[in-house]
Ligand binder design. Structure first.
Ligand SMILES: NC(=O)C1=CN([C@@H]2O[C@H](COP(=O)(O)OP(=O)(O)OC[C@H]3O[C@@H](n4cnc5c(N)ncnc54)[C@H](OP(=O)(O)O)[C@@H]3O)[C@@H](O)[C@H]2O)C=CC1
Ligand SMILES: O=C(O)[C@@H]1CCC=N1
Length: 272
């Protein structure tokens, strides 16, 4: 299924809107003339227009009217303002994709009076084509549109379809917010190196390559993380001493609690 003859409207051209636009253009799924982005923020409009050569507007309706596909990339808190003007005016749209955390298919379908709705949760590595998205859709969404949704999301990395919307709040907590958990851990780890006496530059180099090398090793071997952790952990050695402190500090329960809190927050955002 190609996007030939289709225009895609982006409502909101911030971090994630521009990641999706960048992915679509990089993969040559569309040319810049097939994209229009609407955003009230002049800086955001200028940035995206000069980076990608796409059309921009500050009028959401103008963007929606000329499109067959619309992607909603505004914060969930803005959805209550964004949807009402579209009500009954966007029946022509063949598909509407929302990436807003928590906002349900039902809210968007009822808000737009259009049932062709896809709900997706990407993450920020999407900006370099290394993201992962989880998505689902209303039963009314046709096969061609489902294929297009998969293509749009794959332009940013991997995309996993789920047949139950309940998984979207879970994915939001796990992979959507996930990069922030990892960045916090990396930050703390670098600071620990600086505390011992490394320069920040060397501490950063050591930690960053340890993260990317370990992840590549994990993916390459396909082994369970526990197996690889045990390889590092010599009896009576340094790693065992460090791991003991992480466990004593409650790392596992802190991670589980963090993901659970994000999950609950995603559900709350969906309640409006
Ligand atoms: N950031 C992330 O890691 C992820 C975010 N998401 C979801 O993606 C969505 C967008 O997030 P993100 O890109 O980070 O947010 P950004 O704030 O970077 O982008 C949102 C853009 O929408 C603009 N905007 C505000 N009101 C309107 C409006 N009425 N009509 C059109 N545009 C409007 C904002 O302008 P202004 O700045 O002036 O408000 C801003 O430029 C959210 O719903 C979020 O839940 C999903 C996965 C990951
Ligand atoms: O923090 C948020 O609400 C968004 C959703 C997933 C990542 N960022």
């Amino acid at each position: 299924m190609s996007f030939e003859g289709k225009t895609i409207a982006f409502i909101g051209a911030g971090v994630m809107g521009s990641a999706i636009i960048g992915g679509l253009l990089k993969k040559k799924l569309v040319v810049p003339e097939q994209i229009i982005a609407s955003d009230p923020n002049e800086q955001a409009r200028q940035a995206i227009a000069s980076q990608y050569g796409i059309q921009v507007t500050d009028d959401n309706m103008e963007a929606a009217k000329q499109a067959q596909i619309m992607v909603l990339c505004v914060k969930p808190q803005f959805m209550g303002k964004v949807l009402p003007p579209f009500y009954g005016e966007v029946a022509h749209l063949e598909m509407v994709v929302s990436i807003a955390a928590g906002v349900t298919l039902k809210t968007i379908e009822e808000g737009l009076a259009n049932m062709n709705v896809v709900r997706a949760m990407p993450n920020t590595p999407a900006q370099i084509g290394e993201g992962i998205s989880v998505w689902t859709c209303a039963p009314e969404v046709g096969e061609d549109q489902r294929a297009q949704a998969q293509q749009i999301l794959e332009a940013m990395g991997q995309a996993i379809y789920v047949d139950d919307e309940k998984y979207l709040d879970m994915a939001t907590a796990l992979s959507g917010s996930g990069p922030a958990y990892l960045f916090l851990f990396i930050e703390a780890w670098i600071d620990a190196g600086v505390k011992m006496g490394f320069s920040r530059a060397i501490a950063e180099a050591l930690v960053k390559q340890t993260v990317s090398g370990s992840t590549a090793y994990l993916n390459h071997t396909g082994a369970h993380p526990t197996v690889l952790r045990n390889q590092v952990t010599s009896p009576g050695g340094t790693t065992a001493a460090g791991l003991y402190e992480l466990e004593r500090g409650g790392l596992r329960t802190a991670v589980a609690d963090a993901v659970w809190a994000a999950y609950k927050r995603s559900q709350e955002l969906g309640e409006g």
